[in-house]
Design a protein around this ligand. Structure first.
Ligand code: HEM
Length: 469
């Protein structure tokens, strides 16, 4: 006899006021993301509705749910309109419609196939020299300015932005780097206005964002035209302009503009946050920092690592992995189901917004002993599946820049640490938000590396996220 299990209809979750519904929990998630996620998981289990009984907005926790959501991209699609509909006929819409994260099905497969070689290990290795050059500039700049206290987060943003602009567009010139960097920075930091107040009237922030988007389109179009006449250029955009599939498929201008913008946005902020948190975690764990310095001194002797040397720095590898486990720059992801489905024993109607959490998965005690502690050495023996450790997500939409980001971190960190000791200003409030950004920056003192590592006390919500014992 076969037993048929009928999915339960009511997904548990917090009771919300009728008028607010799922928005109340969403607001909580924005204001206090990690405590809210943990509370939801602990209290309600692996499948939780943002509002009790409303299956339109759900969070699904843990590796089994990650597997279900991420290994079946035709049923669980990525979505660009989970919380806000993008005006496609506007400049910002044009920038944000043609890109891998929002493409689905065959189109996504085809574009990913065309773009993949650009992000292949061997190709990424060619960007190592640019990564070294810009890091060296930063180190020289710090030396010249004799600065002792800096906002390390801001410095990492500038560094990863420069590396991204150079590798993406092939731009070197300082004035150009500054101009494009400013435009992109303003555009990405002010995107929030498309959600808050989408009013395109002169003087409004939304209007300003639209004008910036137009400038970005004009700039990228000019770059594309230039790359067409430079068959030998090796930057990402040039490679995409000249790339085509086996069947001859090429990316058109709108697609090139969309991809270039997304690669820039997806690529630099995440890596800047990851670098900042790693420097912070090392400062707060003096023993590990000293061991890392031993490893670096032993094989690099003060130099920047070559690609070959990157394969022989096991502690650095563990530190990068552990930092991305504890403070993953993408803490949650989202999918929408194209048909009614069953999730962890519950019925979910078509078109629900289903979130999953890298952050919660990577803190599960059954997967990671002492999950809140920074223990890079665990990676010497630990192996986790793609759905148990997923800082770059998993499945068809897994980060195409994972190799790029990891290499960047492994090139930049040894260069910074061999030259300087970073120590966070005592009693700084270190808060992180849903975007995994240090909300008030990361003020640190830098002094020439003297190995006088010492942990200082800090405040903020980081205390609830990391066990510093
Ligand atoms: C530490 C740094 C980074 C982290 C943690 C990260 C994380 C992620 C995650 C979690 C996704 C998947 C989102 C989803 O499944 O919905 C993603 C996608 C993506 N990332 Fe990254 N990323 C990083 C750096 C980069 C870099 C350096 C680039 C490019 C140079 C990049 C380009 C992209 C693109 C284009 C996608 C979309 C892929 C697709 O939909 O097929 N990322 N990233």
């Amino acid at each position: 006899m076969t037993t048929i299990t009928i999915p339960k209809q009511t997904i548990p979750g917090p009771h919300a006021l009728p008028l607010l519904g799922w928005r109340a929990a969403m607001l909580k998630l924005f204001l206090n993301p990690f405590a809210t996620l943990r509370h939801m998981h602990d209290r309600y289990g692996d499948v939780v509705a943002l509002a009790h009984g409303d299956p339109s907005h759900v969070v699904a926790f843990g590796p089994a749910m990650n597997f279900q959501l991420l290994s079946n991209p035709d049923l669980f699609e990525t979505t660009s309109s989970a919380f806000v509909k993008l005006p496609k006929d506007t400049a910002l819409g044009r920038l944000m419609v043609n890109n891998l994260p929002v493409m689905i099905g065959e189109k996504h497969k085809q574009h990913r196939h065309v773009m993949q070689p650009t992000f292949h290990k061997q190709q990424v290795a060619l960007y190592r020299d640019d990564m070294v050059m810009f890091t060296q500039h930063l180190l020289d700049q710090w030396q010249e300015q004799e600065q002792t206290q800096i906002n390390v987060h801001r410095a990492m943003q500038q560094l990863t932005q420069r590396i991204a602009i150079k590798t993406l567009f092939g731009l070197y010139d300082e004035a150009e780097l500054q101009r494009v960097g400013k435009m992109l920075r303003q555009l990405t930091s002010q995107q929030i206005w498309i959600m808050i107040a989408p009013i395109d009237v002169p003087g409004t922030p939304y209007h300003h964002v639209m004008r910036l988007a137009e400038q970005m389109i004009a700039f990228t179009s000019a770059q594309i035209a230039q790359k067409r006449s430079q068959p030998a250029a090796t930057d990402v955009l040039a490679t995409l302009v000249h790339a085509h599939d086996e069947d001859g498929t090429k990316l058109n201008d709108d697609e090139l503009i969309g991809h270039a913008f997304t690669i820039f946005v997806a690529g630099h902020e995440t890596t800047a946050n990851a670098l900042t948190w790693t420097l912070f975690l090392l400062d707060q764990h003096p023993r590990i920092c000293a061991d890392l310095l031993d490893e670096l001194d032993g094989s690099l002797h003060g130099d920047a690592p070559t690609i070959e040397q990157l394969h022989h720095l096991p502690l650095l590898d563990g530190i990068v992995k552990e930092s991305l486990r504890l403070l993953p720059p993408a803490a949650i992801g989202i999918r929408t189901n194209t048909a009614p489905c069953e999730l962890g024993g519950f019925a979910v109607p078509k078109g629900a917004n289903i979130m999953y959490s890298e952050f919660i998965t990577q803190r599960l005690p059954e997967l990671y002993e002492e999950p809140d502690r920074f223990k890079p050495q665990r990676w010497a023996t630990l192996n986790r599946t793609a759905y148990e450790y997923l800082p770059f997500s998993a499945g068809r939409h897994r980060c195409i820049g994972a190799e790029f980001a990891t290499q960047e971190m492994k090139v930049v960190l040894p260069m910074l640490l061999q030259r300087y000791r970073f120590s966070v200003v005592p009693n700084t409030k270190i808060d992180t938000n849903l975007g995994m950004r240090p909300a008030h920056g990361m003020p640190m003192r830098i002094v020439p590396q003297d190995r006088q590592f010492q942990r200082v006390a800090v405040g903020g919500n980081i205390q609830q996220l990391i066990d510093f014992a």
